[in-house]
Design a protein around this ligand. Structure first.
Ligand SMILES: [Zn+2]
Length: 407
């Protein structure tokens, strides 16, 4: 009996150690009006009873040719954005052999659910997960490698994307051998390129104060965080786009910023510094589920690290101003944890303030050991954070922290 269970355990661990991540083969073809023709094959190698994907309802999907032993059920879904369809694939026999799911669909790339960042604008494309234009794991945590051929890009569009990017006359080939939850891309007219330590920066005017500050502080923050967490695994490609919305976001080795309302002769240097340090911070802080209360380990942690960079670079006065505005903004924030995904104020205001307070309570050397231990974890959850906090600073500090986050 003991021998048998030992064997079973041994086999299981071998199987999971060898499971390759999901792989996406994406063929996408755009016409000048933004009509998309897509052919996406998702290859799954990990054995599982079922797997769900989300795709925007604005796309018309052709009936799928499913591999034998695979069935699909569909239902409408309104989260994390509206007007989605959830496709759940059921596998009769969970198998470690690759299963290929092919999605063929057409539809308009622009949507009203675009976080005020339209996918297609007069200057070109900005594509990311909010547009739900390829099937995305319904947990929003399914990380995949990707080979993409995207056609229908005018010759004057400069493409910024992850991995190996080859512009062709009519499109782009993207080969990404590292995993991420998204296939983000900026393809816009007139982007110029600048390079510094840790960053490749793209913007339409590299001579503005804002562009200069972004490049300077992307490099500064990369060096500051590297001294704590070790080398950035990959240079961060950073695209500065122009739209009214100030929305910015980070993926692995990729960040999009906006000029939106920020550029000008009088922009104070600390603003773009704080902002870009937050986005560079995501190189180490992006491994918690965006659908769960643990999401503070993405946004509050990146914001706390940005506060550290501001303090180190601009001094005590600047960080005191930043803390005062966060205190003022999060007066009525409510608990960060205990109700699913925290809201904006909880993520960017109250969460970072509690981390800052923890830093004061346990002392900077212990706080650094905690953040370094956490940054090296492959998955970020609150229990893992509390485990490290208990080991480093004791159970009382862990209880204080959890209570503060839940109050
Ligand atoms: Zn962020």
């Amino acid at each position: 009996m003991r021998i048998v269970s030992g064997l079973v355990l041994g086999l299981l661990s071998v199987a999971s150690a060898h499971a390759a991540p999901p792989h996406y083969r994406v063929n996408a073809d755009f016409d000048p009006q933004g009509n998309l023709k897509a052919d996406v094959t998702v290859t799954l190698t990990e054995a599982m009873p079922e797997k769900s994907f989300l795709l925007s309802r604005r796309f018309a999907l052709q009936p799928m040719q499913l591999p034998s032993g695979v069935t699909v059920t569909t239902e409408p879904a309104e989260k994390p954005v509206e007007e989605l369809t959830r496709y759940t694939f059921h596998f009769a026999k969970p198998t470690a052999a690759p299963v290929k799911l092919r999605f063929l669909y057409t539809g308009q790339i622009n949507t009203k659910h675009d976080s005020n960042a339209a996918a297609l604008r007069p200057e070109g494309f900005e594509l990311f997960i909010d547009h739900m234009w390829i099937p995305i794991g319904a947990d929003i945590q399914t990380r995949f490698t990707v080979d993409a051929d995207i056609e229908g890009l005018a010759p004057d569009l400069v493409v910024v994307a992850q991995g190996d990017v080859k512009r062709t006359k009519t499109g782009v080939r993207i080969r990404r051998d590292f995993i991420d939850i998204d296939l983000p891309m900026v393809a816009m007219q007139g982007l110029q390129r600048a390079e510094a330590h840790g960053v490749e920066f793209f913007g339409r005017d590299l001579s503005t104060r804002l562009s200069g500050f972004y490049v300077k502080h992307a490099e500064g923050a990369a060096r500051y965080f590297e001294a704590m967490f070790g080398p950035l695994p990959r240079k961060v490609r950073m695209a500065q786009v122009w739209r009214k919305s100030g929305l910015g976001y980070a993926r692995t080795a990729y960040t999009v910023l906006s000029e939106g309302g920020r550029s000008g002769e009088d922009v104070p240097e600390v603003n773009p510094a704080r902002y870009v340090a937050h986005e560079v911070g995501h190189a180490w802080w992006m491994l918690a589920s965006p659908l769960s209360e643990d999401f503070w380990l993405v946004e509050s942690a990146a914001e706390y690290m940005s506060m550290r960079y501001v303090e180190a670079t601009f001094g005590a006065g600047e960080i005191a101003r930043n803390i005062a505005s966060k205190v003022d903004g999060s007066k009525d924030a409510g608990p960060v944890m205990g109700h699913g995904r925290p809201n904006r104020i909880q993520l960017y205001g109250k969460g970072p303030l509690i981390l800052w307070e923890l830093d004061k309570r346990i002392g900077r050397p212990a706080m650094d050991r905690l953040m370094i231990a956490m940054a090296h974890e492959p998955v970020h959850t609150t229990p893992i954070f509390l485990k490290h906090l208990t080991a480093i600073a004791g159970a009382d500090q862990a209880t204080w922290f959890e209570t503060a986050m839940r109050t």
